[in-house]
Design a protein around this ligand. Sequence first.
Ligand code: TYD
Ligand code: MG
Length: 460
Amino acid sequence: TKKVRTEFVCSDCGGTTAKWAGQCPHCKAWNTLQEFTVKEGVAARYGSVNERRGGFVDTTGSLQDLSEVSTAEAPRIQTGLSEFDRVMGGGLVQGGVALIGGDPGIGKSTLLLQVMARLVAAGIRAVYVSGEESATQIALRAQRLQIDPHGLQLMSEIELEHIEAVLKDKKPEFVVVDSIQTLFSGQLESAPGSVSQVRECAARLTRLAKTLGTPLIFVGHVTKDGALAGPRILEHIVDTVLYFEGDTHSNFRLVRAFKNRFGAVNELGVFAMTDHGLRGVTNPSAIFLSEYKANVPGATVLVTQEGTRPLLVEIQALVDQTHLPTPRRLSVGVDAQRLSMLLAVLHRHAGVGCFDQDVFINAVGGVKITETAADLAVLAAIVSSIRNKPLPEGLVVFGEVGLAGEIRPAPRGQERLREAAKLGFSRAIIPRANAPRAPIEGLTVHAVDRLSDALDVLMS
Ligand code: TYD
Ligand code: MG
């Protein structure tokens, strides 16, 4: 008879305890422990918490001198979908495991089917494991994508043990699992989609992918609060976490790398959803600039650096007299907390107050700006809106604003300036420390030290 044991797993960090507690003893989160039952044998094979969380690489069990370790770069398998290869850090890596998350219907299955078709066309043996859709549904999608279905291997299966057996037997060179939440292991008693099942299935498939040297991509569903279900657990297990973001109402789809052991974090892939699937956008800056050519008050162009690529994004501000006791501060695509801080700096160091004004900020195109180099652009847009005065034509702005009213440098300033010049912008207001050593053709650069200096240039 098989022995059965009870264990409690934290839904945040994946740590386990034998007894229930209100607080996770590992990560100190509250009310995250969930009970699950383990049949004998499973626990023994998944000894330490570290191992359970994944991250296992080729283990030899013996000591090795660091100098003897091969440093040859792992060869990349390029899919030819260049925006996808870009977010992955240059292509797929042997044994590399990625998780791709996003809202339902945003295009996860579409993207992966396209990736797979490219690989199959290049002679790579690939398997699509689907627990989500029927074979017919996938065949219909392939038809819509105008993909040649020959050689695309499909497995409609949700039981982990069966999937493992097939992968060990067939040894494919690329695997997609759509989605990780639909799988279950017969060795656990909890339902598919529960934390323990997701963790177990992801960890075991990850281990198998590493052993076989196969690139593996999981599709993951997103919970209501926007986190990948079983958030921390999966993030720790996989090498790369990609996330679809942006405006679901537009045709554009942004895929961001949140974590990447094999590439730059925050790297952004930009796609357009067409009748025949996702198409990479080669000049993404254009879509983040609004359609208006004429200059309007409250609009400014920021040069942001997402991952390894500079992007030009229009930042819009609307400042309007409030009717509320507490004026509203609303921002889309820009951190709201930071906005409050910037407004305080604007008042204290440039004498522009907004306490009786509602302030709305929007980054055009649904892109999320994660870096502080957006500060100066946000304030420039706000001041332009307050004064009802358009900013000079052909202007770009970037730079972090400090609490003392100083303008702090942004990383990769030269690249940002070159990108702006390339796209025909003629003026830039930037931090002093980012001033180019040699002039950039077609670009007049105003390098400033303080917020007040920047506003003088803007409003002159
Ligand atoms: P899908 O890949 O099924 O989303 P997910 O797997 O993230 O849930 O995408 C489905 C959406 O994409 C659906 O609304 C239809 C649209 N779509 C297109 O516009 N063009 C296409 O060629 C395909 C296949 C889907
Ligand atoms: Mg899907």
